[in-house]
Ligand binder design. Structure first.
Ligand code: MOS
Length: 754
């Protein structure tokens, strides 16, 4: 079971066109719309068994009795796994850690009788069909000794603590600068407010699933929904004590993940447990309610206090956040640091605390931390602008900084000023009447709001292999993922341009743990990390070709440095008429394939001297029904500076997705907990609201030109997350402008406006 669909490529461009910077359509688009793209639960294996998870009904305590006899009596039910009959497994915490694990002791499914969160998996029913497994799961009875739980941040925050590097894994916020509290007290104008963000859950269309095939030689092929096939592989090998060569993980397509696939989830563990114990192939797929059982964007309470002079100069900045984590891991996000990275201020105090609750450990969700902290500071800045009667764009420009005040380093590039200017121009911001409730359309109150966004431009080490055949076809591979972002397409473009080939001559492979090393796909760093490796590998192939051409071809004797690769040919740079086809060079040399592997390592020396980030300015228009309190977002303009844009079409889609997500954060998304039983109550798509087509109207994306020779050899920063960050505050600020009401607790639902 090692074959899987690879994209076929239709070349939408003339052969000689460099493709980077062009809106190349997704090379995997056809497979996706025709159903040719296969997802983790769609790989069929002969003799497959199916598993269904039994979830805990209590939030904290111990299982005292678990009775699977009724389930086992059902014909077709093969086995029921519980903590009582599980095989021996790894003991040390480090064996259970994955590449994205926070500090602490990772959750171990079916390990013992202890219950640490509601919906925790307590049994796995294995049957010949999915329906039988699901039916059997209903028949498993669990008795518990419940203990008092705490799931409410309002109560839990009183025992919050500051996670240092030892407990959090991240540097704590920078030390205070100046005396923010004294400066606040002395400020001519002040805002001081609390902002609240609810728990949110990832709801990718594709449910979490793992199909584990037991091969004839006893090795496993694991089809997993993941953002990192090698992360999955390492986890499975460590937990089950298997050799790396015995586990191959495959994940060619991912139906959305948004961070939820950065850690191996329990369906993977359970499927491997069942397959290795029963020596049969097994699939475990979670249900939509069970998607609420393994991590979430954490509930967060924040205070932002700003002091300013009458001219708008910030004199005091206080940003405090308390965020939930689990009892067993310290999940830490960078929440408050963004505030003093974005604004120049002499008196700053930042504080970040964790509250331990009886929940599963939170989990990265699109722009983790920034999507929480930036809406708070960007709402507070808007409140300050209103108090000062200064235009919100102007106030941001008066406190603009070209140096990161947190670290005293220059930005490698920061075209945020251009984002403000181009976004405002496109939106028509100059026509805004600053007075709240001053703009109307029929009975609707119209509001215009804006906010800035920021995210990191990270890079990790990665490797890629490039293989050029004598037929002129190039295959490039790295064990990365495409979670819908366009990785297949942009890597194809980067490879094609490095060798001057048409994109139609290039195939990019990913999602297979046997391919060259890649970090998890997350943090908007895949173009930067894997793209650099792809370019490096292709450059090595190019060097070999140049040498061959210089030795024996119509270009014999030409220095490789004078050779230009374009249109499948090698030309002399100052005499383009002299050229030779790449395929002819290889034929003459009797070379069937040229294969090179490269590992790219970030230029830490250059990077460490700078702060690297992407920036955005978001402008939003809302229409509020004053009788019903309903809010519609009629228009959004997002101007983004993210270095060189490899593919403006897929990048635009990323930013549009971020805008849709921001609409959800501002107006819709909220996971409700019944604190009496410590359980999420709206764990389905009927009651957990995400934006639909009717909620998204006119969306416009601008990419501001930005040059950066520090970030990586491509000059590209990544766009998966920046599209979201500024949106929630822009909408909240627009709602204020429409209504005169400042809603500081997301989501802004009608009840909060009436
Ligand atoms: Mo993203 S939250 O880094 O997948």
């Amino acid at each position: 079971m090692t074959t899987f669909a690879t994209p076929t490529i239709a070349d939408p461009l003339p052969p000689s066109t460099p493709s980077v910077g062009r809106p190349v359509s997704r090379v995997d688009g056809r497979l996706k719309v025709t159903g040719g793209a296969k997802y983790a639960a769609e790989f069929n294996v002969p003799g497959l068994l199916h598993g269904y998870v039994v979830s805990s009904g209590i939030a904290k305590g111990r299982i005292t009795k678990i009775d699977a006899s009724a389930a086992l009596a059902v014909p077709g039910v093969v086995h029921v796994f519980t903590h009582e009959n599980r095989p021996d497994l790894a003991w040390f915490d480090r064996k259970w850690k994955d590449d994205d694990a926070p500090k602490g002791s990772p959750f171990r499914p079916l390990y013992d009788a202890e219950i640490v969160h509601s919906l925790q998996p307590v049994a796995l029913v294995i049957a010949e069909t999915f329906e039988l497994a699901r039916y059997g799961a209903r028949l498993v009875t669990v008795e518990n000794a419940a203990e008092p739980h705490e799931t409410d941040l309002k109560a839990g925050r009183h025992n919050a603590f500051t996670p240092g590097k030892d407990k959090g894994g991240f540097e704590p916020p920078p030390k205070p600068r100046g005396d923010a509290d004294a400066a606040l007290a002395a400020a001519a104008v002040r805002v001081d407010a609390e902002y609240f963000q609810p728990t949110e859950h990832h709801n990718p269309m594709e449910l979490f699933a793992s199909t584990v095939a037991v091969n004839d030689d006893g090795t496993l092929t694991v089809y997993d929904k993941t953002q990192g096939v090698q992360n999955t592989q390492t986890y499975v090998c460590n937990v089950f004590g298997l050799p790396t060569a015995g586990v191959r993980v495959i994940s060619p397509f991912v139906g959305g993940a948004f961070g939820s696939g950065l850690r191996p989830q329990h369906q993977l563990f359970l499927a491997v447990l069942a397959a290795t114990t029963l020596k049969r192939s097994v699939r475990v797929e979670l249900s939509r309610p069970q998607m609420f059982s393994f991590g979430h964007r954490p509930e967060t309470a924040q205070r932002v206090a700003l002091g300013a002079g009458r001219d708008g100069t910030l004199t005091a900045l206080v940003h405090e956040a308390v965020q939930e984590s689990s009892r067993f891991e310290n999940y830490v996000e960078i929440v408050v640091n963004w505030s003093s990275q974005q604004y120049r201020c002499d008196n700053v105090r930042l504080d970040y605390q964790l509250a331990r609750l009886d929940v599963h450990t939170p989990l990265d969700m699109r722009a983790p931390g920034a999507a929480t902290g930036v809406p708070a500071i960007e709402s507070a800045i808007d409140e300050l602008a209103a108090a000062l009667k200064i235009d919100p764009v102007e106030l941001r420009l008066r406190n603009y900084t070209d140096v990161d005040p947190n670290q005293g380093k220059p930005f490698s590039s920061k075209e945020l000023r251009a984002c403000f200017a181009q976004g405002a121009e496109r939106f028509g911001w100059a026509k805004r009447n600053p007075e709240p409730r001053s703009m109307r359309d029929g009975k609707h109150l119209v509001g215009w709001g804006m906010a800035a966004g920021v995210w990191d431009a990270m890079q990790g080490q990665a490797a890629a292999r490039a293989v050029l055949g004598v037929d002129g076809r190039l295959t490039v591979a790295s064990a990365t993922a495409d979670i819908g972002t366009g990785t297949y397409t942009v890597m194809t473009q980067i490879a094609a341009d490095a060798l001057g080939l048409p994109v139609g001559a290039v195939t990019f492979k990913l999602g297979d743990s046997s391919l060259p090393m890649s970090p998890v796909e997350g943090g908007s760093w895949t173009v930067s990390s894997v793209g650099s490796a792809v370019k490096a590998a292709c450059d090595l192939v190019r060097d070999r070709l140049a040498k061959l051409a210089a030795a024996d071809s119509p270009l014999a004797g030409v220095e490789p440095i004078r050779m230009v690769f374009e249109g499948g040919r090698i030309c002399v740079s100052d005499d383009r008429a002299r050229s030779v086809a790449v395929t002819e060079v290889m034929r003459r040399a009797g070379t069937l394939v040229i294969e090179e592997t490269a590992r790219s390592i970030p230029n830490y020396v250059k990077r460490l001297k700078h702060t690297l980030g992407t920036h955005s300015a978001v402008f939003a228009e809302v229409r509020v029904d004053p009788d019903l309190g309903t809010v519609g977002v009629s228009r959004v303009v997002s101007a983004v500076a993210a270095g060189r844009i490899i593919n403006p079409k897929t990048a635009r889609s990323q930013v549009m997705g971020g805008i849709v997500w921001g609409i959800g954060m501002a107006l819709h998304e909220e996971t409700f907990t019944d604190h009496k039983i410590g359980r999420y109550m709206n764990h389905d798509l009927a009651e957990y609201h995400v934006p639909t087509n009717a909620d998204v109207a006119d969306v416009d994306v601008i990419f501001v030109e930005e040059h950066d020779d520090v970030v990586n050899p491509l000059g590209a920063k990544g766009v998966g997350e920046i599209g979201l960050v500024g949106v929630p505050a822009a909408i909240a600020n627009a709602v204020y402008h429409a209504t005169g009401r400042r809603v500081r607790a997301f989501p802004i639902t009608p009840d909060k406006l009436l």
